[in-house]
Design a protein around this ligand. Structure first.
Ligand code: FAD
Length: 323
């Protein structure tokens, strides 16, 4: 049975986030050959519609309103509810991002529908869409279905492959006017922390440092390796607590959950709370001078040694491969 799904295209700094293309890939798996409608919400976003189509959406609905320039859950919920009312989909997919984690439950609650968050894979089984998500800090996976109502799902970045971009695809990008009113929050200004390079939650390569990095300056070799590999720098809470880096880099149970293709843990012991945020990475490399460190129990490749000797050697070798 063909189904219709909506996918929110999340816009940051004027560009679509990669996880939105992955969410289209997820919706394709769920839609069983049905229609995928991209949704854009903002004050000037309609121009991004074609990119959603090139990644697999059949058509796009864009809600533009000056009141939607900055994300507020009230404003975006009104926009999405209007699109849902018009399109009557079977489900809506979001990225499992700060925005998706805020908006999807709000809408699911308003429509008294089911929500499945942090989805890592989707299959069709006997006519049901079966969603898989990690539980118990990634130690187990559960499979869930939603019966009745609109299915809301947030898709964990870097787990479901996006479709290849096809620049020859075209489709309709239609505007939908929505009267946005009664906003309880007005965002006057957004002041961003200066961040360097690739977004941690969507990075394909992460070089993470722990207390073994020993100082703020100790992160420099990790940054250099990350730059050579086109990756992002992350950290354990040990490193954040010691003030070697900002808490925005923290990975783990109380930090970000990441699933890059390659995770290089440098001077990180492998506490259970850290593993909760990275153990589903595709390939894990651990560098630690203690051969008994717990991180080696989850690592695919282990290097017993001093990170300040090992990382510069790796960086030099990767530089040679790039020439
Ligand atoms: P350590 O455990 O001190 O390990 C440092 C490692 O560096 C050691 O293994 C050492 O052998 C190695 N080392 C030292 N020098 C070198 C060198 N020169 N070269 C190579 N290796 C070297 N932690 C998180 O990471 N994320 C979380 O989200 C998180 N949430 C938590 C939530 C709760 C409720 C609690 C109680 C704790 C949480 N923690 C979290 C903290 C966690 O329990 C650990 O304390 C923390 O992960 C330890 O950080 P670390 O591995 O960097 O430091």
């Amino acid at each position: 049975m063909a189904r219709k799904f909506l996918v929110l295209g999340e816009v940051r700094d004027g560009s679509l986030r990669n996880v939105s293309f992955e969410a289209i890939g997820a919706a394709k798996l769920a839609a069983d050959g049905g229609e995928i409608v991209g949704v854009l919400v903002g004050d000037s976003v309609q121009n991004l519609g074609n990119e959603l189509i090139q990644y697999g959406a059949d058509r796009v609905v864009a809600v533009e309103n000056v009141q939607l320039k900055q994300y507020t859950s009230d404003g975006f919920a009104q926009a999405l509810l209007a699109v849902i009312e018009q399109e009557k989909p079977e489900g809506i997919f979001f990225g499992h991002t700060a925005l998706g984690k805020d908006l999807a439950p709000k809408l699911a609650g308003k429509l008294e529908s089911g929500l499945i968050s942090d989805v890592t894979s989707i299959e069709e089984e006997g006519g049901n869409i079966v969603f898989t998500r990690p539980i118990y800090s990634g130690k187990a996976f559960e499979k869930k279905i939603v019966t009745g109502g609109v299915v809301f799902a947030t898709i964990r970045p870097n787990n479901i492959e996006p479709l290849a971009k096809d620049e020859s695809r075209s489709g309709d990008v239609a505007a939908l006017n929505v009267d946005i009113k009664d906003l309880r929050t007005i965002i006057k200004d957004v002041v961003r922390k200066a961040s360097e390079g690739v977004d941690l939650s969507e990075a394909k390569v992460i070089i993470a440092g722990g207390r073994g990095v020993k100082s703020e300056d100790g992160f420099e070799p990790l940054k250099e390796l990350a730059q050579v590999l086109g990756g992002a720098v992350g950290a354990s809470r040990g490193a954040c607590d010691a003030d070697y880096c900002d808490y925005s880099l923290q990975i783990g149970q109380t930090g970000k959950v990441v699933t890059p293709d390659l995770y290089i843990a440098c001077g990180i012991s492998g506490a259970i709370q850290h593993l909760a945020g990275m153990s589903n990475s595709k390939v894990i490399v651990a560098i630690n001078k203690d051969p008994e460190a717990n991180i080696f129990n989850v690592a695919d490749y282990g290097i017993v040694g001093d990170l300040f000797e090992v990382i510069p050697l790796l960086t030099e070798e990767f530089k040679k491969l790039k020439v």
